[in-house]
Design a protein around this ligand. Structure first.
Ligand code: 13P
Length: 337
């Protein structure tokens, strides 16, 4: 078993999942302003530090993805953020792409950038304590999208990123996110997501990436958020499992879903159903941003000093997700714990 495979497994085994706290300063500012909190370095640190010192970090969170600003910050007692994360036995991750930019030759689509100078940045992140990384490609669905250029350009970038990350001794999270925006059907999402993921693995294999030392972070199969189609958790689970079973090579140890705009409960219920029906050899867990932090952020915004209260909300959400990652969640538990 390779060292990278061991790290990947430690992050996602036994119901543990990933806290995606890697919002860029722009995105974090939007999140904070939505609850009327001023976005400055100190407030961004305070909220994140509150989550990273919670009990859930020990019980539920195998890894935390950070943004560049956060990995360099220190807590009030002088510890670095990676030291704080490691204290609870969790791994530090870092988002290393530099964002999605308009793709030349395709009007609305984007390609993710960040390969220039990546080898040097990775060395720096390793020294700062990172042991895994994330790179997110984004894809639109419409009658003409995702285009072939978008599928191949993003897959190529993801594969070159992953090869460099493994060379630096870290586990790459491969995140091809087929966006929920639009009025497409679940079947369209299934077809497009399958195509996107297959292309990523073609490129990853070409770039000689050791798949056993990677984690896939995909979207679940859902209808677009402007579609009238309603589908059951059962259908979401079946379509998602079928898509991943057909598109992901068996050497990949695990899959950690993004929440992508689902509510906290939807993201939990769908993950739970996926695990009750999981007929694959893949571990299926979570790597949620909004679906782990939304309620905690709302509560915290009312009193930035209520650390314990905020942690209780976060502990509950993480516990529910960890139960869902084992197929042991039910809606009644939302009220009792
Ligand atoms: P969401 O769970 O909020 O979609 O965020 C996950 C993530 O890391 C997106 O890149």
């Amino acid at each position: 078993m390779s060292e990278l495979n061991k790290i990947a497994l430690k992050i996602i085994s036994n119901g543990k999942g990933i806290l995606a706290a890697d919002e860029s300063t722009g995105t974090m500012t939007k999140r904070l302003e939505s609850v009327k909190v001023h976005s400055n370095e100190n407030n961004r640190l305070l909220f994140r530090q509150t989550l990273f010192s919670s009990q859930a970090m020990k019980d539920c969170i195998g890894g935390v993805i950070l943004y560049d600003e956060t990995i360099r910050q220190k807590t009030s007692d002088g510890r670095t953020i990676p030291e704080l994360i490691n204290l609870s036995g969790s791994f530090t991750g870092i988002k290393v792409d530099t964002g999605a930019k308009v793709l030349a030759g395709s009007i609305q689509e984007k390609v993710t950038e960040g390969l220039d100078g990546l080898r040097e940045r990775l060395k720096d992140y390793y020294k700062l304590g990172a042991r895994f990384t994330k790179w997110r490609g984004v894809y639109l669905i419409s009658d003409k999208y995702p285009s072939d250029i978008s599928i191949s350009a993003n897959a190529h970038a993801l594969a070159r990123y992953a090869a460099l990350v493994q060379e630096a001794g870290m586990v790459p999270i491969i995140e091809p996110e087929v966006l929920m925006e639009g009025n497409h059907s679940a079947k369209d999402c299934f077809n497009r997501t399958s195509e996107v993921i297959k292309k990523c693995y073609e490129e990853l294999e070409l770039n000689k990436v050791d798949l056993s030392g990677t984690i896939l972070k995909p979207n679940m199969i859902l209808p677009g958020n402007n579609s009238d189609e309603k589908i059951s958790e059962e259908d979401v689970a079946e379509l998602t499992l079928e898509c991943l079973n057909k598109s992901v090579p068996s050497s990949v140890p695990g899959i950690a879903f993004l929440s992508g705009g689902q509510t906290e409960i939807e993201a939990t219920a769908n993950l739970n159903k996926i695990n009750t029906k999981n007929n694959t050899n893949f571990i299926m867990t979570y790597s949620y941003g909004r679906a782990l932090q939304q309620s905690a952020l709302k509560f915290w915004s009312k009193n930035l000093n209520n650390i314990i209260g905020t942690q209780e909300i976060f502990n509950h959400r993480a516990k529910m997700c960890t139960l869902a990652a084992q197929g042991k969640w039910s809606e009644s538990l939302e009220k009792t714990s």
